[in-house]
Design a binder for this molecule. Structure first.
Ligand SMILES: NC(=O)c1ccc[n+]([C@@H]2O[C@H](COP(=O)([O-])OP(=O)(O)OC[C@H]3O[C@@H](n4cnc5c(N)ncnc54)[C@H](O)[C@@H]3O)[C@@H](O)[C@H]2O)c1
Length: 261
């Protein structure tokens, strides 16, 4: 195995990755993975304590990272994040749109405010991220790369998470459409579709019954560990390893979407 070969394909040295939602469980693992692959990871979110904690963890591992605030429910906040990232690092080569929230209830009980909140954080925010950062990346000579975090429920219904599932299906559709639009600009756009990883936003939903049901439908028969997402993210974001991949939905789900009774 040649280290040069791997470094050439997957090394992200000299590049900057903004990870929106890097304050969370999955986004944080992605920020760590991208930094370990050589990128400067900007951990972005609305919880400074968690962001700074993640930055310290990355630095302890020898990686480069910093925290910047963002609230993805305001376009102006995403614009400010881009401006601050460019001011600090000169450019942004990669973006992970990884903030997200959830809300669970029976369909007849779905409240309009919850529906709107989930769609705003999970879909409109991803659209704003693509627009704001895509415009910047289109001006870079090497272009850039965007990774939108969708979910297995983009293609399969899950009980009680109607707005969440709809938002993730729309993220996959948006990813495909924006990938077509951005291809001539040398900006690739892909979706990562995780299976089930215990995190903040789904802790309340993963009760005993749901856990048993999920695991019985997962061929690898366990939840994912957040670092298990990093390799797929590096592949999709790397301008060399992922050079011909755009508009794709990549599943890291222990086989959940392959399971049929
Ligand atoms: N955990 C899973 O099993 C799973 C599966 C599929 C998809 N996902 C998706 O992965 C992404 C990360 O989720 P997670 O599971 O790590 O959850 P998490 O709750 O640990 O992380 C989500 C992060 O997004 C941040 N966030 C939420 N709203 C925000 C806002 N308005 N502005 C800025 N930041 C905001 C939260 O503060 C948190 O840090 C989400 O898009 C989620 O839908 C998670």
């Amino acid at each position: 195995m040649s280290a040069d070969f791997l470094q050439n394909l997957f090394g992200l040295d000299g590049q900057t990755a903004v990870v929106i939602g890097g304050t969370g469980v999955l986004g944080g693992a992605l920020a760590t993975g991208l930094a370990q692959a050589g990128a400067h990871a900007i951990v972005a979110g609305r919880n400074a304590d968690r962001g700074e904690k993640r930055v310290a963890e990355i630095q302890k591992l020898g990686g480069r990272a910093s925290y910047l605030p963002v609230d993805v429910t305001f376009r102006s906040s995403i614009e400010e994040l881009l401006a601050a990232a460019v001011k600090a690092q000169g450019r942004v080569d990669m973006l992970v749109n990884g903030a997200g929230i959830n809300s669970a209830s029976r369909y007849f009980d779905v409240k309009d405010e919850d529906w709107d909140r989930v769609l705003a954080s999970n879909l409109t925010a991803v659209h704003w991220g693509c627009q704001v950062f895509g415009r910047h990346m289109a001006e870079l000579p090497e272009g850039g790369s965007i990774l939108n975090i969708a979910s297995v429920t983009a293609h399969l219904p899950l009980s009680k998470v109607f707005a969440y599932s709809a938002s993730k299906a729309a993220v996959v559709s948006l990813t495909q459409n924006v990938a077509r639009e951005f291809a001539p600009l040398k900006v690739r756009v892909n979706a990562l579709c995780p299976g089930f990883f215990p995190a903040e936003q789904n802790r309340a939903i993963l009760d005993e019954q749901r856990t048993a049901s999920i695991l019985s439908q997962t061929p690898l028969a366990r939840f994912g560990e957040p670092p298990e997402l990093a390799a797929a993210a590096i592949l999709l974001l790397s301008r060399r390893a992922g050079s011909f991949i755009t508009g794709a939905s990549f599943y890291v789900d222990g086989g959940f979407t392959a399971m049929r009774f």
